[in-house]
Design a protein around this ligand. Structure first.
Ligand SMILES: NC(=O)c1ccc[n+]([C@@H]2O[C@H](COP(=O)([O-])OP(=O)(O)OC[C@H]3O[C@@H](n4cnc5c(N)ncnc54)[C@H](O)[C@@H]3O)[C@@H](O)[C@H]2O)c1
Length: 448
């Protein structure tokens, strides 16, 4: 991984007070930043297929269209409108079909982007790997622990490149944060906090049902796959995140981004040993399985991690904070602030409130004599922001396509993605079992 960044990679803002005006001036700088290691290694274009062209699949195709070393050969989706939307998103009349298997049979397809609903990741990814394709799979990598472990094994068995799709791992702001963290500028970090909070129907996945949705336009049986049988239900098709048969609620949708960012910055690429969740479902009582507030405390090696996602108040926004003895890193949206802590020795002052003036004076005189060196002032707060128009999904795809070509490591491989996904499953296990969820490394299962 590159450890320093050019001026073009992000905008450095002198102080917190200057953020607003400097970010505004950066608005003119409409660039898609691809740091060197994310750029194509040669002129050859990687040919890929895309499976799942709904909300995210379309975003990925729009971003892929900006990455120079790739070319989409075709897409598959089980819903007619999403098939057409995928073609529109890519801006080319590429072949599109319902059954993805004929795309996997094509020898000229090097790689596949998988952007189907979470519960379909396992099946589709295993099919892609068995067909010899490299895979970019959307987050969270797995719907459950067994799915994730099977994918990790299949990547190794087939010797494929696999990138999990939490794009903030490629984001210049997170990578700058990682540089600061790894340089030791925070001192010992004991607590990491993250939250993604919202307060809207959209933020709670109350997505509209498209008027043309019916059993002719959607292949419901194929969509259900291995999930429990049930009659056609458009609400479940569009709002699958709300239901445990298909999604993992806020943990799989939002914690996974916080956890991937945390792993990227701290270098902790591990499964937490324990997780304890609390939460509630108070507002979106529409038949969903998941809470609209989830808060979790994790034990990671050497550090406590505290996450929450609240779908009923957005004041805290999307923020991750790394608290170290010597400094604090805060990433809020696309802005990073590093604030050094005051760590110069200080005389203890509170307890002397109960001392006489004479005793106090002697204590302070003695303290000053024992500490002749005052040390230097803490450094100024540093603030960085990505330029407006910056597309971290394009950067993440760029990193993947480059790795497909060079066979070098991606920034977010199957082990990294699986670790983050298992932490999401632990958060849900704890919430639903009302108990601490413990990762049992020997049996590779969650005990709660
Ligand atoms: N990285 C991000 O920021 C981000 C953002 C949104 C969603 N996601 C992830 O992207 C994935 C897709 O989410 P979405 O919001 O686009 O969902 P969606 O429901 O809008 O789209 C999923 C599409 O996959 C299709 N599909 C499902 N099974 C299929 C199969 N077997 N063959 C072909 N097509 C199939 C469906 O028909 C649907 O059109 C999820 O894993 C989600 O968690 C990631």
């Amino acid at each position: 991984m590159k450890t320093s960044f050019s001026r073009r990679d992000f905008v450095r803002l002198g102080s917190a007070a200057m953020v607003a005006s400097a970010a505004a001036s950066a608005a003119a700088d409409k660039v898609t930043v691809l740091p060197a290691e994310m750029q194509a290694a040669t002129e050859r274009k990687i040919r890929f297929a895309s499976i799942g062209t709904g909300i995210r699949g379309c975003d990925l195709l729009r971003s892929a269209a900006k990455v120079p070393n790739c070319e989409c050969l075709g897409t598959a989706d089980l819903y007619t409108m999403h098939q057409k939307a995928g073609q529109e998103a890519y801006g080319k009349d590429i072949p599109t079909m319902r059954d993805y298997r004929s795309l996997l049979d094509r020898k000229d397809v090097d790689a596949v982007i998988v952007a189907v609903a979470d519960f379909q990741h396992g099946r589709v990814v295993l099919d892609c790997l068995d067909a010899g394709k490299d895979v970019y799979c959307e987050k969270p990598m797995s719907h459950n622990v067994a799915d994730g472990l099977a994918m990790v094994d299949a990547v190794a068995k087939n010797k494929r490149i696999f990138q999990a799709g939490s794009q903030r791992v490629s984001n210049v702001v997170y990578r700058k944060a990682a540089e600061i963290y790894k340089a030791g500028r925070l001192g010992q970090v004991t607590l990491i906090e993250g939250h993604t909070d919202r307060n809207s129907d959209s933020g709670a996945w109350v997505y509209p049902i498209a008027p043309d949705a019916n059993p002719e336009t959607i292949d419901w049986k194929a969509w259900l796959g291995d999930a429990p049988e049930r009659p056609f239900d458009a609400a479940r098709f569009f709002r699958w995140r709300c239901f445990a048969d298909y999604g993992e609620g806020v943990a799989g949708d939002l914690y996974v981004h916080l956890l991937s960012g945390m792993q990227c910055v701290s270098g902790i690429n591990a499964i937490p040993s324990r997780a304890y969740s609390t939460g509630s479902l108070t507002h979106f009582k529409d038949g969903r399985d998941f809470p609209d507030l989830l808060a979790t405390l994790y034990d990671y090696p050497g550090v406590a991690v505290s996450l929450h996602c609240n779908q009923n108040n957005d004041a805290a926004g999307d923020t991750t904070i790394f608290y170290g003895h010597e400094g604090t890193l805060t990433i809020k949206g696309s802005t990073l602030t590093f604030a050094p802590q005051e760590t110069r020795p200080q005389p203890e002052w509170y307890s002397t409130d109960g001392w006489t003036a004479e005793a106090k004076k002697k204590y302070y005189d003695d303290w000053s004599a024992a500490h002749p060196q005052k040390g230097s002032e803490p450094a100024l707060t540093e603030t960085y922001a990505s330029p407006q128009g910056y597309d971290d999904t394009a950067a993440h795809l760029g990193n993947f396509f480059r790795a497909v070509e060079t066979r070098e490591k991606v920034v977010e491989d199957e082990v990294f993605g699986n670790n983050a996904a298992i932490a999401c499953h632990m958060a849900n296990a704890s919430y639903f079992h009302r108990a601490v969820a413990v990762w049992d490394a020997e049996s590779k299962t969650i005990k709660s």
